[in-house]
Design a binder for this molecule. Structure first.
Ligand SMILES: *[C@@H]1O[C@H](CO)[C@@H](O)[C@H](O)[C@H]1NC(C)=O
Length: 666
């Protein structure tokens, strides 16, 4: 057995799997001589786990009082007036931490958009009803004016109140007009245009430094042809780096060129944002197959993810995962989805949550780690892998009756398949169809099936949540979201932060990944080799001593609430309102009533959203007493009505107050 106080997860695991120390004493001396240097090499390179922390990254930390006009301004925007913290670092100079950030996604600016043109012609020509800032549910992309006004609104209203901007891709129009086919040049230029606009807007006044950090990620429409992206370095990864050079740390150039992913330390030594290239996990990318084969870019992405997460843990940092395409059974290849979910699970001590775009629907998706492990285990059994041992540990933790609930065979997946053909997820742009039916499926097959307290773990840690933001492109109405997170005790905690420069880590990661590159899948059978090159794309169990992080237990960096803003295009277009973003809802409104945005609270809320639906589906099936007993009765009376209102409110917000749910298109 493993002694409880391990120096590092890597060591504890390598000891457990070390095949020659206990079992293979018969190994020839020759093999040993060959292997020891490699073993030492790998161990040296994993030594970043025992950080020799040096200095504090901050030369000063100071809590700032808000003026009364600043407080009023925050209140006007529905934001919490809390005291910012001013820090000074070598890396960034003066930095104010407000405890807030913006998520913006799917702008889809269209230079061919013409006011007064026809929806049927994608707002490109003919006479019609297209308005200056676009129209909800018209099927058109965003007018340039909508993008410009949106970014201006953020500058005017939010720039001095947020710490960074998570910007999850699709900054180019859809490829849906035969008269204007997209070219590689178009895409390059538009990406460059939008990046420049963002940079100019959010940089400091007199220097080329960013005032508000921007963390872009790659959308499936940001590449040519759309959805297709191969492993780098390619012309495309180089072009992208060129376009995003102001946003990506130079030290990650090499990594970025390989896969268009990177991370950014938004609060030095404290908080990082990972930008994941989800096109490598995306089913619709024909250039990738899975995440289990070494040569696949998705495999390499997980290798990198593992090294980065481990390093962040060693540095006692917290991290948000961000990307364009959200994880679910339809979007991701199954081998990628389940890996992604178990990484989030095993790093539940440091991962705060996941932020995505792509779907244009404002909603959240709970991800079930037990189902992911079950799915992995089933496939591993078939392959007789050596890694099974790891999953046994996990399964003792939750003695769960999964039944057929495993990923990939879930009823959610089947239900989606039955209701929609593949085109539902593949077709891009255009007037949205079947989205109410999609949300009903999420309600019945995901929300209603969230396990109860006993099977969730004490703080719901069986699950993680991915948050899908509404888009700027008016598929419904344009939307933006501001997250607020806990900084109550941050100034105190910062005094203890130690800092280690990143340079060494990056060169080590490159060496490790290149080393792994020299192996092939054929070696898999040999036990010795499988020790040396343990499949690094699977996580090791979370170290026992590592406490649950901000996603699960309220602490510094726990999201407390978010405020969703939208532009009411119908009123703006009728001239009843000026162009503006206004508050749509926030997560502490009465029908959400979420006191803090921990996973546990989201799960409670999901179960409420799922509740009446569960009763409805039973009624529809007739009076099956057994089922009725199992699922409980439909909520009646006052509580039932409240639950119905909750769902109605949720749907309204999913479709960004465009009234789509009542439009007959759903
Ligand atoms: C914020 O974090 C601190 C610890 O840093 C914790 O004591 C406090 O309860 C948290 N606040 C909320 C509202 O959760």
């Amino acid at each position: 057995m493993i002694p409880p106080n391990e120096k590092s997860d890597y060591e504890s695991h390598s000891r457990r799997l070390n095949p020659w120390a206990w079992k293979n004493a018969s190994l020839s001396l020759l093999t040993l001589l060959l292997l020891v240097p490699i073993y030492q090499y790998l161990n040296t390179n994993s030594s970043t786990n025992e950080l020799v922390a040096t200095t504090s990254p901050y030369s000063s930390i100071e809590t700032i009082e808000l003026t009364s006009s600043e407080k009023d301004d925050l209140k006007r925007l529905g934001l919490t007036p809390k005291k910012p913290i001013k820090i000074v670092t070598d890396e960034k100079g003066n930095q104010i931490v407000h405890g807030r950030f913006l998520h913006i996604t799917d702008i889809h600016p269209d230079p061919y958009f013409k006011e007064g043109s026809s929806f049927d012609e994608l707002c490109h020509r003919s006479k019609g009803n297209a308005h200056k800032y676009g129209d909800a549910i018209s099927g058109c992309d965003a007018p340039m004016a909508l993008m410009e006004e949106t970014i201006k609104w953020v500058e005017t209203n939010l720039k001095n109140k947020i710490d960074f901007i998570v910007w999850t891709g699709d900054n180019v129009r859809h490829d849906n007009d035969r008269n204007y086919p997209r070219t590689e040049q178009n895409i390059f230029e538009m990406n460059e245009h939008v990046s420049k606009l963002m940079f100019e807007t959010f940089k400091k006044k007199d220097t080329p430094e960013l005032e508000v950090d921007l963390i872009p990620s790659l959308g499936n429409n940001d590449v040519y042809p759309h959805n297709l992206f191969s492993i780098g370095p390619t012309l495309q990864t180089r072009e992208l780096f060129q376009i995003w050079q102001r946003f990506i740390p130079q030290s990650q150039l090499h990594t970025f060129n390989r896969g268009a992913y990177f991370f950014k330390e938004v609060i030095p030594g404290q908080l990082a944002i990972l930008s994941i290239n989800t096109l490598y996990l995306f089913q619709s990318n024909p250039l990738v197959d899975n995440c289990d084969k070494r040569k696949q870019p998705g495999y390499k992405l997980f290798e990198w993810l593992g090294y980065v997460l481990k390093e962040l843990r060693a540095r006692k940092m917290k991290v948000w995962l961000t990307g364009h395409v959200p994880p679910n059974e339809k979007n991701y290849d199954l081998t990628c989805l389940r890996k992604y979910i178990v990484w989030i699970y095993e790093f539940r001590d440091i991962i705060v949550g996941g932020l995505y775009g792509h779907m244009n629907l404002d909603h959240f998706i709970p991800l079930d780690s037990v189902a992911a492990y079950k799915s992995i285990k089933d496939s591993q059994k078939k392959q007789k892998s050596k890694q099974l041992e790891m999953f046994e540990v996990f399964n003792q933790e939750y003695n769960d009756d999964l039944g057929t609930d495993a990923l990939g065979e879930t009823t959610f997946y089947q239900a989606l398949d039955a209701k929609f053909d593949d085109s539902f997820f593949r077709i891009q742009g255009g007037v949205p169809a079947n989205k109410v039916a999609y949300m009903e499926t999420v309600r019945e097959e995901v929300y209603a099936k969230i396990k109860g307290k006993k099977k969730q773990g004490d703080h719901g840690e069986r699950y993680s949540i991915s948050h899908v933001g509404s888009s700027v492109v008016p598929t419904f109405n344009p939307g933006l979201r501001v997250w607020e997170y806990n900084i109550t005790n941050l100034a105190n905690e910062m005094t203890n932060v130690k800092f280690e420069p990143w340079g060494r880590f990056f060169s080590e990661v490159e060496a490790l990944i290149e080393k792994q590159d020299t192996y092939t899948d054929d070696f898999e059978e040999s036990s010795v080799w499988s020790f040396i090159k343990r499949d690094k794309t699977f996580p090791l169990p979370k170290p026992k001593g590592a406490k649950l992080g901000p996603a699960y237990i309220p602490q510094t960096y726990t999201p407390e609430r978010y405020v969703q803003y939208y532009a009411d295009l119908a009123s703006i277009n009728k001239g009843k309102k000026e162009f503006d973003y206004e508050i749509e809802y926030s997560t502490d409104d009465s029908l959400y009533n979420l006191p803090v945005l921990t996973v546990e609270e989201w799960l409670k809320y999901a179960r409420k959203l799922g509740k009446p639906a569960k009763a409805n589906s039973i009624n529809a099936e007739g009076k099956n007493k057994h089922k009725k007993k199992k699922h409980g009765k439909a909520e009646k009376g006052k509580n039932g009505k409240k639950l119905q209102e909750m769902w109605a409110e949720y749907l309204k917000n999913t479709f960004v107050s465009s009234n789509y749910e009542n439009s007959g298109l759903g």
